[in-house]
Ligand binder design. Structure first.
Ligand SMILES: [Fe+2]
Ligand SMILES: [Fe+2]
Length: 356
């Protein structure tokens, strides 16, 4: 099985992390703006609907359109000197700094930096979703899929719009993309077949986005952020339903060899994402707050609840969906458990995805 970013890996304790420490390597990853992506374009002459549920979802998508400029109340303030998340448990740096005895203003500033960093990464992720969804319009075989993917393109444009306006208007900064995220997004965009593109976009990507947004939503108390995330989240739930519908058929029609390829592809992406352990963020802000990235990873891995907390964004949606699709099997399940992505037994209990 392929190891992504093999030369950027090392052990912290027993855990294998992926990190970027060389500034010139980080810069070269960010400067890679042109990505060679394989794309097989399919025509179809069947304009009638072949998959009724997909047409219904397309209709739902049309009804669910909203305007990021006029449907969001941009007059709601986001004061920098007020908490909009709990001091402990809302984000990593303020939690660790509080434990270390830092003063409240410092913890609040760290929360601000970490949140603007997170929304910046979501913004870059939305741009990738936009690009990848555009590929799906070309590459998906049926007209139902093309129509739906086409309607999702405008949703993803709106997400890029709303997050970039939020960052510019309310936080005054857009942080550059984390190098690990950039490498992984390039992998998804350069996935070789429409099947891997669908898996990457609709299951991995959408699943992670829904999990992270739900966690942000639970911790956040600012009404503007709540409104923005609620609206984006509604669109993402529809995208996830498209993913389930499409992936179910795709899995049913795939041979064992293709299924094994999809299973490995999913594991490699999620394992690498998890192996970063927020080190890209910690390398960026650690010096400002006197935090040593390695010590932070060591400290969090010592928490009693580490496995549970670490697995939360994964266990929310993406892991239960992969299990349901049969893309986590005995071959990979233990590996997911060993790196702290898969935790507990009741895999579907916490998923918010609709049964379709
Ligand atoms: Fe999106
Ligand atoms: Fe989406």
């Amino acid at each position: 099985m392929e190891t992504i970013l093999a030369s950027n890996r090392r052990k912290i304790g027993d855990f294998e992390v992926v990190e970027f420490v060389d500034e010139s390597q980080i810069e070269s990853v960010r400067k890679k703006l042109d990505v060679d992506v394989p794309l097989e374009l399919h025509w179809t002459w069947e304009y009638g609907s072949e998959v009724e549920e997909l047409r219904a979802l397309y209709e739902r998508g049309k009804r669910g359109q909203w305007n990021a400029e006029t449907d969001i109340d941009w007059s709601i303030p986001l004061p920098r000197d007020e908490w909009f998340m709990p001091q402990i448990g809302g984000a990593l740096m303020p939690s660790v700094l509080t434990q270390m005895g830092a003063d409240e203003a410092t913890c609040r500033e760290a929360a601000w930096d970490e949140f603007s960093h997170l929304i910046s990464q979501l913004l870059h992720g939305e741009q990738a979703a936009l690009q990848l969804c555009g590929q799906l319009v070309n590459t998906c075989p049926t007209m139902d899929q093309k129509w739906y993917a086409g309607s999702q393109v405008i949703d993803e444009v709106r997400h890029v719009e709303v997050f970039s306006k939020f960052l510019h208007r309310k936080m005054g900064v857009v942080h550059p993309i984390d190098p690990t995220l950039k490498v992984l997004l390039d992998k998804l965009l350069a996935a070789p077949t429409w099947q891997t593109k669908c898996l990457g976009m609709q299951t991995l990507f959408e699943g992670m986005a829904v999990g992270i947004m739900d966690l942000v939503q639970r911790a956040n108390t600012n009404p503007l952020i709540k409104e923005m995330i609620t609206r984006v989240h509604q669109d993402e739930a529809r995208h996830a339903a498209f993913g389930i519908l499409t992936m179910r058929r795709l899995v049913k029609e795939s041979d064992p060899e293709t299924l094994a390829e999809l299973e490995d592809f999913a594991f490699n992406i999620l394992e690498t994402l998890n192996a970063n352990q927020q080190l890209d963020m910690l390398h960026r802000f650690g010096p400002k707050y006197g935090l040593d990235p390695e010590s932070v990873v060591q400290a969090t891995h010592g928490w009693d609840q580490w496995s549970f907390i670490n697995s939360e964004p994964f266990m929310h949606t993406v892991v239960p969906n992969l299990m349901r699709l049969g893309l986590i099997t005995e071959r990979t399940e233990q590996k997911y458990r060993d790196c702290g992505i898969l935790f507990g037994d009741h895999l579907t209990a916490r998923s918010t995805l609709p049964e379709v």
